[in-house]
Write a protein that binds this ligand. Structure first.
Ligand SMILES: *Cc1c(COP(=O)(O)O)cnc(C)c1O
Length: 355
């Protein structure tokens, strides 16, 4: 049976988007493709309040996380860790042979601007990684405050994983001077997985020019060359996803960006309120995510059993991540889901658990 996905990626995909995926194929060196890519990029720039270049990467988000550290770390990277995905970025940095240190807070806590300031003031680092929305814990790090602090260190590239917040929360890339802001399309963009996007600053590209062994597939200078000179990508892109992204961006912009941020906030407030009433919230109340809620399983229910019952009714939620597998469960409220969807879902959960 078809299940509506309330998991933090891939998210529920509307039929109109699936239909856009079925658009007849075009060649990636054709004029039609060049026009399509240019259109999509202009729309993504509006979403991110930026005039910076946008790279389209045929990979999941992890590919661009690797690309960001590989191209933008010449000296040493500071990885800020507050959960599974931010920890992974530290592993990726080390796996690419880059010197790196991490500052880490326990799961459920946020990285603060003060922590970042203190670490960067050592002068050791020329890049910092920040996960905006830590999907494993439902924490939204204070990116606006962190970005202000990073501005004090002009040699430091600010690399932001916005995988589960881009298109679900406002991120003003130019105002914040973010050097790389990346996401995959299977979270808040609500498309099938397979494509990732990133805004990339001139500073990031200048840094890349000083870095050796950038590889090829994610070499920012190769991506820049094809973008600037041809309006294309170096390798064959996921054209079906780009058709779908073009359609989705039309719908997102027509609906109004502020309305989209507001809808996510309303869904989050609703799920948080429901969680407080029936369970508890695991993560720091000051930094709750607008796109995914990490619910503390204070009743020690079997999440697997709950999900099996939900499956019969056409829905799926997520267990806690990693070490929080049993202690928590997560409800995502991102992409094209609506408040009505969440009201329906929580009603089903109440019914199943007899709350
Ligand atoms: C899902 C996710 C990732 C990994 O994305 P992939 O598209 O699977 O590579 C990285 N960071 C965050 C915050 C995520 O939510």
């Amino acid at each position: 049976m078809y299940k509506k996905l309330f998991i933090p990626g891939p998210t529920h995909v509307r039929d109109e988007i699936l239909e856009a995926m079925a658009t007849p194929m075009i060649g990636h060196r054709s004029k039609e493709y060049v026009a399509l890519q240019a259109e999509v990029i202009t729309k993504v720039q509006r979403l991110l309040y930026t005039e910076k270049r946008i790279f389209l990467s045929t990979s999941s988000s992890t590919g661009l996380m690797e690309g960001a550290v590989r191209n933008c770390v010449a000296k040493k990277c500071l990885n800020t860790v507050c959960g599974a995905f931010s920890k992974r970025w530290h592993q990726i940095t080390l796996a690419n042979g880059k010197p790196a240190d991490k500052i880490e807070v326990p799961m459920g806590q946020a990285i603060t601007a003060e922590m970042v300031d203190e670490a960067l003031s050592s002068g050791e680092y020329d890049a910092i990684t920040v996960v905006h929305n830590e999907t494993s814990t439902g924490v939204l790090n204070p990116l606006y405050e962190i970005a202000e602090v990073v501005k004090k260190y002009p040699d430091v590239c600010l690399l932001v994983d916005a995988v589960s917040s881009m298109a679900g929360a406002k991120i003003e890339v130019d105002k914040l001077s973010i050097d790389v802001c990346l996401a995959g399309v299977q979270k808040c963009f609500a498309l099938p997985p397979g494509l990732a996007v990133a805004s990339v600053s001139q500073k990031a590209l200048d840094r890349a020019a000083q870095v050796e062994n950038r590889g090829y597939y994610f070499d920012f200078l190769v991506l820049q060359k094809y973008l600037d000179e041809r309006g294309q990508t170096p390798a064959t892109p996921a054209i079906s996803q780009i058709f779908a992204l073009n359609k989705q961006m039309d719908d997102i912009l027509a609906g109004g960006l502020e309305n989209r941020w507001q809808r996510h906030k309303e869904m989050a407030a609703f799920v948080q309120g429901w969680a407080r009433q029936h369970f508890g919230l695991y993560s720091d109340e000051q930094y709750l995510s607008p796109t995914v809620t990490n619910i503390h399983n204070t009743r020690s229910i079997s999440v697997a059993d709950l999900n099996a019952e939900l499956g019969k009714r056409g829905a799926m939620i997520s267990n806690g991540y990693g070490s929080l597998k049993e202690t928590c469960f997560r409800i995502a409220h991102m992409g094209d889901l609506t408040l009505a969807d969440l009201e329906w879902l929580t009603g089903q959960i109440e019914d199943i658990l007899g709350l």
